[in-house]
Design a protein around this ligand. Structure first.
Ligand SMILES: Cc1ncc(COP(=O)(O)O)c(C=O)c1O
Length: 360
């Protein structure tokens, strides 16, 4: 998330998901069309809601009752109306790591269909301040199966039909989330994005038509499937050591702070040397430089690296820079876009002055 990426999204006629003031602020600096912004999150702060309402006709994906009441309160103060959709927890499990599942019953995101129905009187009593648009669902990330997505469409269609029949609330937008996996490793076989979109739109048309509902606008939120594979991280190989046990560690000049995903949820990556052909005849583990034993970027990979080689780790275009930190007081690296063969620095590397700027 940075201004250059927001501008690329705008040029590509794509929408934008945000979850924080910082992301809204960045979008605004880049002049992104607010009507194409979907504001997610389970704890939107008063200051964030207020900023979003001042920005323009943003779509709030309402997570819970308390948030709904807060939006109304702020809309009353500002004499304005918020566009809202509800985040539905469909109670559908996806086959992915526990920490990136979101559609299961105990998920911290969203509410069940019956809980959402209980909130409808609040909407009906506040039509001056709330404009109900529709329903949202997101099952989780790095999903490789279509079936759970298809099941989620039925849950949405049923709820939409009940909201129309019982409360006269028409669902004009259905947002079926994202989570389509990408190929991090040779073993991964992701669902092609076009196949996923076609299957979901076909199912939406079928379920809504069967229930005699008007067809809503379909919104999809593929995140990493758009940008994940477009990014790589370049490291310089530092010290290499072989333990008595035979394990060989190749250390690089980054790790946990620029890529917390392996430590957080055992994410797997693949890598190669970028500066020369590698005979890859040894099994080594690539480790970061941070003070955590869990700072292992890739365990057991065939690589014959030497100090000063350049290592390329693939599939780091999503969730890496955004999750990066300054752990161990390490500056964040630059982010470079390659367009038509030309490098453009879209985020500058942090300096040591940047790191100490807020020290009081
Ligand atoms: C609401 C929502 N939509 C879409 C996505 C995109 O997921 P992915 O990048 O796995 O496609 C996320 C990821 O966190 C999300 O929370």
């Amino acid at each position: 998330m940075c201004q250059a990426i927001v501008k690329l999204l705008q040029e590509s006629n794509l929408g934008l998901d945000v979850v924080s003031y910082g992301e809204l602020y960045t979008a605004k600096l880049a002049n992104f069309d607010p009507s194409l912004i979907y504001f997610h999150g389970n704890n939107k702060l008063p200051i964030e809601i207020s900023f979003a309402l001042d920005y323009g006709p943003i779509n709030f994906i309402v997570d819970n009752e308390s948030e709904l009441n807060l939006i109304i309160e702020i809309c009353k103060q500002k004499k304005t109306t918020a566009n809202i959709m509800f985040r539905v927890t469909p109670d559908i499990e996806t086959q992915t790591h526990e920490y990136i599942k979101t559609g299961h019953k105990s998920s911290k995101f969203g509410l069940s269909p019956s809980q959402i129905k209980k909130l409808t009187p609040i909407i009906i009593n506040n039509l001056n301040f709330l404009n109900y648009l529709g329903l949202h669902v997101h099952l989780g990330s790095q999903s490789t199966k279509l079936k759970p997505y298809i099941e989620s469409v039925s849950v949405i269609a049923k709820l939409a039909s009940e909201l129309t029949a019982e409360f006269n609330l028409n669902t004009t937008k259905v947002n079926l989330g994202g989570g389509v996996g990408i190929k991090y490793n040779h073993k991964d076989s992701p669902i092609p994005l076009d196949k996923w979109a076609k299957a979901l739109s076909t199912e939406l048309v079928k379920t809504f038509t069967d229930r005699r509902l008007d067809l809503p606008q379909l919104i999809l939120e593929p995140g990493r499937a758009i940008i994940g594979s477009a990014g790589v991280t370049l490291y310089t190989v530092g010290h290499i050591k072989k333990l008595d046990s035979g394990i060989e560690y190749v250390s690089v000049d980054g790790g946990l702070a620029d890529n917390p995903r392996p430590a957080m949820y055992q994410a797997k990556y693949t890598a190669e040397l970028a500066n020369r052909i590698d005979d890859g005849q040894k099994i080594v583990s690539i480790v970061g430089k941070y003070c955590e034993s869990g700072d292992i970027l890739i365990k057991d990979i065939k690589l014959n690296a030497k100090t000063n080689d350049i290592l390329v780790v693939y599939g780091t275009g999503a969730y890496n820079y955004s999750m990066s930190s300054n752990y161990n007081r390490t500056p964040r690296p630059a982010c470079v876009l390659i367009q038509n063969g030309k490098p453009i620095e879209i985020i500058k590397a942090q300096t040591y002055e940047d790191l100490t700027r807020h020290d009081a």
